[in-house]
Write a protein that binds this ligand. Structure first.
Ligand code: GDP
Ligand code: IMO
Ligand code: MG
Length: 427
């Protein structure tokens, strides 16, 4: 099967960008199908570091078509800034295609995101404030503006003015904020639309045609399974479906087109923003992981919450995504720990929970049940094969496979392309 889906198995920031960049050398098309510039995918090529948000991570490979699919919410300002940054670094953006059906993120979405978070007070979700939730709200409410209308000034202006008027009422009357200036925004966004128009296409057709020609398609998930609107720790989630099923809608291909589903999994666990996290280590071990893994958000710079690997989460993620293999990332970060722990279940009162529960009330009272394995002190960053890894690191990987029932086909021992161990064919 020539279609590979890359999904985050945890709460995002698992290293998806690195794997997509690595695999895109063999891909013809890379597609983003959900989320927006709330994503931050870091890719290291040689001594250069790229932080991609809306643009697919395949952009750094010359021969790949890079698609922003219909399921994405598209921020024109963010997009233009990102392409300008890439051009400055000498990266060609000619391969980019943007879906005519994608919804547009406007300044009122960002403003409402910010104001509604403030209004939630202690119950805030901890969003990236990129306007993602409010933009998907408009889409579902059927008042959103799509790219196909955005790029036609005479269609766009009346739609946009109507929305600004409605949103200004929300901003001023519900939140007591400052209204947005419609005239200035119409002019600014028409100028953006002019620059964006050449990238616009029926991207479902682009992907379909590629598949028909037997080409290889890589579907790039953003966020992670535990941030999925249905499967994640609701309401502490994002507003899209970062799971494999989300791609059939978000990129316009049939479910029978999906072959391999790669679950990108950190060798430990992190999360940014609020919400339950059973294996969180709010102590010096967590601090040590944060420092070694440089666990600070790409988009917001926030310190990421850190904890041990949770196989209740990964097993659940494997189930709801139909995961066929795991890419185990940042294994090098665990070097130097005398022992490493894996969570195998939750203790909830007298009960033992093995399947990730829906209720945050229950989750909040769960204690992790750990299995402890001996750690390793050897530097992994130069290991090129599985056999070259220290025995205790191999044991750790094999234990994860046994606990999750999913083979680990990729092991990552550093941020660079070369620091990637391939154990099995992906395409
Ligand atoms: P994404 O959102 O899933 O693409 O992940 P991020 O890019 O937000 O965060 C992952 C971070 O880990 C990035 O800074 C990567 O450069 C880095 N990274 C990826 N793989 C490895 C690895 O195996 N070891 C180390 N030390 N860093 C890695
Ligand atoms: P990548 O693709 C980690 C989190 C936010 C917040 C919640 C909702 O880099 O893995 P939103 O702005 O989406 O409404 O915020 O989701 N979040 C992420 N966390 N990685 C991401 O993307 C994220 N995108 C959103 O921190 O908790
Ligand atoms: Mg990230």
């Amino acid at each position: 099967m020539s279609t590979v889906v890359i999904v985050g198995a945890q709460w995002g920031d698992e290293g998806k960008g690195k794997v997509i960049d690595y695999l895109s050398k063999d891909a013809d098309v890379v597609v983003r199908g959900q989320g927006g510039n709330n994503a931050g995918h870091t890719v290291v090529v040689g001594d250069k570091k790229y932080a991609l948000q809306l643009i697919p991570s395949g952009i750094l490979n010359d021969n790949t078509i890079n698609v922003i699919g219909n399921g994405v919410v598209f921020d024109p300002e963010g997009f233009l800034k990102e392409i300008d940054g890439l051009k400055e670094k000498g990266i060609s953006i000619d391969s980019l295609r943007v879906s005519d059906r994608a919804h547009v993120v406007f300044p009122y979405h960002r403003e409402i995101d910010r104001l509604s978070e403030e209004a939630r007070g202690a119950d805030m979700i901890g969003t990236t404030k990129k306007g993602i939730g409010p933009s998907y709200m408009d889409k579902v409410e059927r008042s959103g503006i799509r790219i196909c209308d955005f790029i036609e000034p005479e269609v766009f202006e009346p739609l946009f003015r109507k929305q600004i008027e409605a949103k200004n009422r929300i901003i001023t009357q519900i939140y007591g904020g400052e209204p947005l200036n419609a005239d200035a925004l119409v002019e600014q966004y028409n100028a953006y639309a002019k620059r964006i128009k050449p990238f616009v296409a029926d991207t479902s057709l682009v992907v379909f045609s590629a598949l028909k020609e037997g080409k290889k398609v890589l579907l790039e998930g953003a966020q992670g399974t535990m941030l999925d609107l249905d499967y994640g720790t609701y309401p502490y989630v994002t507003s899209s479906h970062p799971t494999s099923g989300g791609f059939t809608i978000g990129s316009g291909i049939g479910p029978n087109q999906i072959g391999e589903v790669v679950g990108i999994t950190k060798a430990y666990t992190t999360r940014v923003g609020k919400g339950p996290f059973v294996t969180e280590l709010d102590n010096e071990i967590g601090d040590r992981i944060r420092t070694a893994g440089r666990e600070f958000g790409t988009v917001t710079g926030r310190p990421r919450r850190c904890g041990w690997l949770d196989t209740v989460v990964v097993k659940y993620s494997a189930r709801v995504n139909g995961m066929t293999c795991i890419a185990l990332m940042l294994l090098d970060v665990l070097t130097g720990f005398e022992e490493v722990k894996i969570c195998t279940g939750y203790k909830y009162g007298d009960e033992i929970i093995e399947n990730f529960p829906a209720s945050l009330h229950i989750l909040g009272k769960c204690e992790p049940i750990y299995e402890t394995l001996p750690g390793w002190s050897e530097d992994l960053s130069e290991c090129e094969t599985f056999d070259a890894l220290p025995q205790n690191a191999k044991n750790y990987i094999e234990r994860i496979e046994a606990l999750t029932g999913v083979p680990v086909k990729i092991v990552s021992v550093g941020p660079k392309r070369s620091q990637t161990i391939i154990r099995g064919e992906i395409y």
